[in-house]
Design a protein around this ligand. Structure first.
Ligand SMILES: N[C@@H](CCC(=O)N[C@@H](CS)C(=O)NCC(=O)O)C(=O)O
Length: 202
């Protein structure tokens, strides 16, 4: 949704409530057999998987480009996305899932181990953002739009009361990772950010 806002494209959001198993309804499974979000429907086209959706949006509305203009820029964007998917996403889930499910004490060891990896990964992003405004350079890209929701998922978990005794040293972001904190504020200042913000996260 943030990509659609950045591209100033019209869209109609439709939230599916996973708690009500709306993602596993026969109607939705016919659209996305994994029963996962997001799915984009555009005319006759149905596109599943976040990255495929971003690529489709970029191909249908090329300005501003989300995957770079120059070869090295494109490579940096894909590198950051691959690094996020390969190194950050899983440990973040290992922290957020037990915290969202009220099982922080039971999974304290798993959370602490994952937090070590996550802090290292955030440290790498922090260094990158010392030189650049956005994750892959001077322009907002698919790398920012991919990594931001993962960082938000982490922060929404790390700010919980039950996370305090675990001393994750992640939240508040600006305190532990000032460059990432400033980057996050830049994303939050994007036009359309509020429209794209999931209502159930508020
Ligand atoms: N690889 C997929 C992952 C999508 C995904 O995990 N979506 C979550 C919500 S963020 C979901 O739908 N979970 C419900 C489920 O897996 O049953 C993508 O990037 O789109």
């Amino acid at each position: 949704m943030l990509a659609l806002e950045v591209k100033a494209m019209d869209y109609r959001p439709q939230r599916l409530d996973n708690a009500k198993r709306e993602q596993k309804s026969p109607d939705y499974l016919a659209i996305n057999p994994r029963g996962q979000v997001p799915t984009l429907q555009h005319g006759e086209a149905t596109v599943c998987e976040t990255l495929a959706v971003l690529a489709y949006i970029d191909a249908t509305n090329p300005e501003p480009p989300l995957f770079g203009k120059e070869p090295l820029e494109t490579a940096r964007i894909w590198q950051a996305i691959s690094e996020c998917d390969g190194n950050l996403r899983e440990p973040v889930t290992n922290i957020s899932r037990p915290l969202f499910r009220g099982k922080a004490t039971e999974f304290a060891e798993q959370i602490s181990e994952a937090a070590i990896v996550v802090r290292e990964e955030l440290g790498l992003l922090e260094s990158r953002l010392a030189a650049d405004r956005w994750i892959a350079g001077e322009t907002l890209s698919a790398a920012d739009l991919t990594i931001f929701p993962v960082v938000m998922q982490l922060l929404r978990a790390a700010e919980r009361e039950e996370a305090v005794p675990l001393d994750l040293a992640i939240h508040p972001l600006s305190e532990h990772f000032p460059n990432l904190g400033a980057w996050s504020e830049r994303i939050e200042a994007l036009k359309g950010y509020q429209n794209a913000y999931p209502p159930h996260w508020k």
